[in-house]
Ligand binder design. Structure first.
Ligand code: PRT
Ligand code: ZN
Length: 299
């Protein structure tokens, strides 16, 4: 437990935006208790030596890189763009683990009415984007010269304003593109939220908590996609039933009282279990099928 003398860790997360709720939820599920007041910059961890710094997402890689925080949660899109801004040999924060939220893609989109005939249609055109470095590298990798129009926001209106021929912006559902008469033609970068850590070595007393927190984050990630399944199976159908269980190689087989033909099977499935799977299990002879959520897991 935390004591007065334990040095405190800091994790930077987005103050207010698409990643905020998921980031706070992840920390709460790692066992951290904190109270959050409006407009607060720092949330004090009440039961662990860990404080939360609430900032703009764009500032997170810099804060972690400068060691103002040991950890950060931010989109891989931001990590990539800021990482490319570092001078050669500059120490970037290390990405430790990718998370299961904040999924989106950085894509090139063209006005609905314009013809797109593959990469050659990009050559020599003006592309508005808030990700000039990631886009620049993607173009360079393909030997394409184009005119990158760097723009902080509202990229999707650049073609209508005559500032650009196409855009390169984040897409999740595609609704914004559609509303602006644009269509997605190339995916430049796939992204989700990730945990980054300082490139600077961490003092041993802090390192222990840092490792523990990382283990807990990985534990939360694992259980999110996991289910515990219990069923009764005829011995003769065990191989078939086991093959139907998603992501579970070594189930536990237990004897059942009063019968030799049937056994109980317990397994952790590392993927979600859908109704279709249950129906197939039943079809293969399984009975008394129960699917339970997994709350915590430590490998
Ligand atoms: O104030 P601050 O700088 O912290 O926030 P921000 O406005 O820069 O970021 P925010 O909250 O919009 O996004 C934070 C992170 O969420 C991004 O860096 C991505 O990693 C991730 N993310 C996931 C997204 C989206 N999905 C997304 N759809 N970020 C932005 N968008 C925008 C996109 O730019 C476009 O305007 O949503 C629009 C497209 O959405 P669809 O659903 O219409 O396709
Ligand atoms: Zn931002």
């Amino acid at each position: 437990m935390s004591t007065r003398s334990t040095p405190r860790l800091r994790i930077a997360i987005q103050k207010s935006g698409r990643l905020t709720d998921n980031s706070l939820d992840l920390l709460a599920r790692c066992g951290l208790r904190f109270s959050r007041a409006r407009d607060q910059l720092v949330c004090f961890g009440e039961n662990l030596p860990l404080d939360i710094l609430l900032v703009r997402d764009d500032d997170i890689p810099g804060l972690v890189q400068e060691d103002a925080c040991e950890l950060g949660i931010v989109g891989q899109n931001v990590i990539a763009e800021k990482g490319l801004a570092l001078p050669d040999g500059g120490a970037a924060p290390t990405e430790v683990t990718a998370l299961d939220f904040g999924r989106c893609r950085l894509s090139i989109a063209v006005p609905d009415e314009s013809v797109y005939a593959g990469l050659e249609s990009i050559r020599g055109r003006r592309i508005a984007t808030s990700y000039p470095r990631v886009l620049g590298r993607w173009l360079a990798d393909r030997g394409l010269a184009a005119d990158i129009v760097a723009q902080a926001g509202a990229v999707e209106i650049a073609p209508r304003l005559g500032r650009a021929d196409m855009i390169c912006d984040l897409v999740s559902t595609g609704a914004t593109l559609a509303a602006n008469g644009l269509r997605e033609v190339e995916v430049v970068f796939e992204s989700r939220a990730a945990v980054i850590r300082t490139p600077v070595p961490v003092a041993p007393e802090k390192a222990e908590w840092l490792d523990r927190l990382m283990q807990r984050i990985e534990g939360v990630q694992k259980v999110d996609g996991s289910k515990y399944i219990m069923l009764h199976a005829p011995r003769a159908a065990l191989a078939r039933i086991t093959a139907l269980l998603p992501g579970s190689e070594h189930p536990t087989i237990l004897p059942l009282d009063g019968t030799d033909e049937k056994v109980a099977l317990h397994a952790v499935c590392r993927e979600n279990v859908f109704w279709e799977t249950l129906e197939s299990l039943k079809g293969a002879g399984a009975t008394s099928i129960l699917v339970l959520p997994v709350e915590k897991m430590l490998a």
